[in-house]
Design a protein around this ligand. Structure first.
Ligand code: NAP
Length: 261
């Protein structure tokens, strides 16, 4: 049976921006397959997100796996299609920061490799598999087919102390535009969101540092961003409310990346 509700897959949804997107898309009426890592803490957190989504009146299921392991991607997609008979939206959100911030000249190879595995390789190959299935499936009632990449403002603003993250996010930004161009004639919308400074666990190590910079005017809007700020844009994209665009990156950053003096 094919679900009447559209179906979204969100990676890294146990907390932070992924969780915010899950709650927003649940409110928008999507059934959700939410993913995060298989460790005990993440599994427990993901179940709480599942319960919160279901409270909004939709169906939600958990898929706990390391998304950097490309061999799990087909099973993830099978799970969503098997349960609801359709796929509509993929949110490539799961991401990691660097092992430790520091001089480019001291960057470790394992941190470089891990950043590219999670932040670039995983979303690229998951999108490749997801796209193939969307093309076979075609357009369904109540359906708008979309793929959303959560990259980073570091795709355009260099962070010298997080070079591996900056490079991996720049590469995934390029992947988003490549897929956008490849899939536009099939009416599949591919989008990229570049978050600025968003208050999540990822930014905890640098909270005090950024608090001070924000107070001094680094972010023209004068505040941190929150997962809900990103989720609002994700919802507009997933609902197809940005027609006639092709891979245009949207900075959700309170003006951080706007050149000014
Ligand atoms: P977060 O609070 O650290 O949450 C990320 C979630 O993704 C965590 O639950 C994490 O699980 C999960 N995850 C990481 N690697 C995974 C993997 N290989 N497989 C499955 N799940 C995985 O980070 P966030 O701030 O919400 O960031 C979400 C996305 O936004 C990331 O792509 C990040 O790069 C991007 N972003 C964030 C900011 C910001 O200021 N927060 C700015 C720009 C871009 P574990 O904890 O188990 O790793």
């Amino acid at each position: 049976m094919v679900s009447e509700k559209p179906v979204v897959i969100i990676t890294g949804a146990a907390r932070g921006i992924g969780k915010g997107c899950a709650l927003e898309l649940a409110a928008a009426g999507f059934n959700l397959l939410i993913n995060d890592r298989p460790d005990t803490d993440s599994v427990a957190k993901l179940k709480l997100v599942q319960a919160e989504c279901e409270a909004a009146g939709v169906e939600a299921a958990c898929f706990s796996a390391d998304i950097a392991d490309v061999s799990v991607h087909e099973e993830l997609l099978d799970t969503a299609q098997g349960k609801w008979g359709r796929l509509d939206c993929l949110v490539n959100n799961a991401g990691i920061s660097v092992k430790s911030r520091g001089d480019l000249l001291d960057m470790q190879q394992d941190s470089f490799d891990e950043n590219f595995a999670v932040n670039t390789r995983a979303p690229f190959f998951l999108t490749q598999s997801f796209s193939r299935r969307l093309l076979v499936q075609g357009v369904l009632p109540n359906g708008y087919r979309s793929i959303i990449f959560i990259s980073s403002i570091n795709a355009v603003m260099l962070a010298l102390n997080r070079g591996e993250y900056t490079m991996a996010k720049t590469a995934v930004s390029t992947a988003a535009r490549l897929f956008a161009l490849r899939l536009i004639k099939d009416n599949i919308g591919v989008y990229e969101i570049r978050p600025g400074l968003i208050k999540t666990d990822m930014t905890i190590p640098a909270t005090a540092y950024y608090d001070e910079l924000i107070a001094k005017g680094l972010v023209p809007q004068g505040r941190w961003g929150y997962p809900a700020d990103i989720a609002a844009a994700v919802r507009a994209m997933a609902e197809g409310r940005m027609p006639y665009t092709c891979g245009v990156p949207i900075a959700i950053d309170g003006g951080l990346s706007v050149p000014h003096f």
